[in-house]
Design a binder for this molecule. Structure first.
Ligand code: CP
Length: 305
C-alpha cells in the first residue's frame, strides 16, 4: 500500500488484515522505527482527534512530526496545496497526512507526489482512518461483521464518515442502513433507508453522525430539541436498543442534538473507545505504508520474524 486515501482501495480480506493488525498493535505494542523518518500533517480544516491521534501514533512509531499550521505557513501567501506538499516532499518528509475541505483533493494529490499520502478527511468524500477505527471498534465488540445490522444515522448527505463506513461495512458483510432527515438523505448511496425507531429496535450498531453545519449551503435554523426527538438518540430510544447493541459517533459530538447529553458516556456508548482506537488504527496504517515503501529494510525490530 503506497497511499491510504479511500476504503475503496481494499478487499474484505485486506480490511480484516488491517483491523487485526491495529488490534494486535493495541494489545501488544510495536517497537518504533530505528531510522530517522519525518511525517507532515497538513490540516486545511480544523481537527482535534484525527490530528492529535496521528501525532501520538507517529511518536509511538518513532516518526518525527513536522507539524504545520496553515495560519502561520506560506499558504497565507497563496501557496497551493500541491506546492505545499511538494515542499515537504523536497525537504525529506516520508509521508503526508492531509485533511482538506475539497472532495477528492487528497486522492488527486496522492497521484501527483511520490511520497505516501494518507487521507485525514476530504470534504464530504471519505475519512478512511476514521472508518478503520470504527471497524476496529465494532470488531472488538463482535469479532465479526457478517450478519450485523448497522444503522448510519444523521447528516448523511454531508458526511465523509458515512461514505467510508457504508462502503467498508457492506464490503465486510454487514447489512448497512441509512437514516436521516429527508433533506440530509443521499439517494446516490446504494443502501436502504431505515426509520430511526426501526433502527433502534433492530440494529446492532447505531452509528450517529455529526451535523456538518460547515458544509451546509444555508444558515441553520435547527431546533435542537425537535431534531433530537425526531431523528436523534434520545434516552427513551436508548432503552429500546438491543441488549448488546452499541452507540458510535465519530465526534466532535453536538451533545443534545444527535444524541442526548446523558448518553455520550453511557454503557452502550463506545465514543471514547473509538478515540482510543484511533491511535492504533493510525499506527497500523502508517506502519504498513512505510513497510511497503521499503523503510523497514534497515529496521532491526520486526518482532514477527
Ligand atoms: N472524528 C474526527 O475527524 O474528529 P476531528 O475533526 O476532531 O479530527
Amino acid at each position: 500500500m503506497k497511499n491510504f486515501v479511500s476504503m475503496r482501495q481494499f478487499s474484505e480480506h485486506e480490511m480484516l488484515q488491517l483491523i487485526k493488525f491495529a488490534d494486535d498493535i493495541q494489545q501488544h505494542g510495536i517497537k518504533p522505527f530505528n531510522e530517522q523518518l519525518f511525517a507532515a500533517n497538513l490540516f486545511f480544516e480544523p481537527s482535534t482527534r484525527t490530528k492529535m491521534s496521528f501525532i501520538v501514533a507517529q511518536r509511538k512509531l518513532g516518526i518525527e512530526v513536522l507539524d504545520f499550521m496553515t495560519d502561520s505557513s506560506s499558504v497565507k501567501k497563496g501557496e497551493s496545496v500541491y506546492d505545499t506538499a511538494r515542499t515537504f516532499e523536497s525537504i525529506g518528509a516520508s509521508l503526508l497526512v492531509v485533511r482538506h475541505p475539497k472532495d477528492n483533493l487528497v486522492k488527486e494529490l496522492a497521484e501527483r507526489v511520490s511520497i505516501p499520502v494518507i487521507n485525514a478527511g476530504d470534504g464530504k468524500g471519505e475519512h478512511p482512518t476514521q472508518c478503520l477505527l470504527d471497524l476496529l471498534t465494532i470488531y472488538q465488540e463482535y469479532q465479526k461483521f457478517r450478519g450485523l445490522k448497522v444503522a448510519i444515522v444523521g447528516d448523511i448527505k454531508h458526511s465523509r464518515v458515512a461514505r467510508s463506513n457504508a462502503f467498508a461495512l457492506s464490503t465486510m458483510g454487514a447489512d448497512v442502513y441509512l437514516s436521516s432527515r429527508p433533506d440530509w438523505y443521499d439517494e446516490t448511496l446504494p443502501y436502504p433507508y431505515i426509520d430511526i425507531d426501526e433502527a433502534i429496535d433492530t440494529c446492532d450498531v447505531i452509528m450517529l453522525l455529526r451535523i456538518q453545519h460547515e458544509r451546509h449551503q444555508t444558515e441553520s435554523t435547527l431546533n435542537k430539541q425537535q431534531y433530537l426527538e425526531a431523528y436523534g438518540l434520545t434516552v427513551e430510544r436508548e432503552k429500546r436498543m438491543k441488549q448488546h447493541a452499541i452507540i458510535l459517533h465519530p465526534a466532535p459530538v453536538n451533545r443534545g442534538v444527535e444524541i442526548d447529553d446523558r448518553l455520550v458516556e453511557s454503557s452502550k456508548s463506545r465514543i471514547f473507545k473509538q478515540m482510543t482506537n484511533g491511535v492504533s488504527a493510525r499506527m497500523a496504517v502508517m506502519y504498513r505504508i512505510l513497510e511497503d515503501g521499503g523503510v523497514l529494510h534497515a529496521n532491526d525490530f520486526n518482532r514477527r520474524n
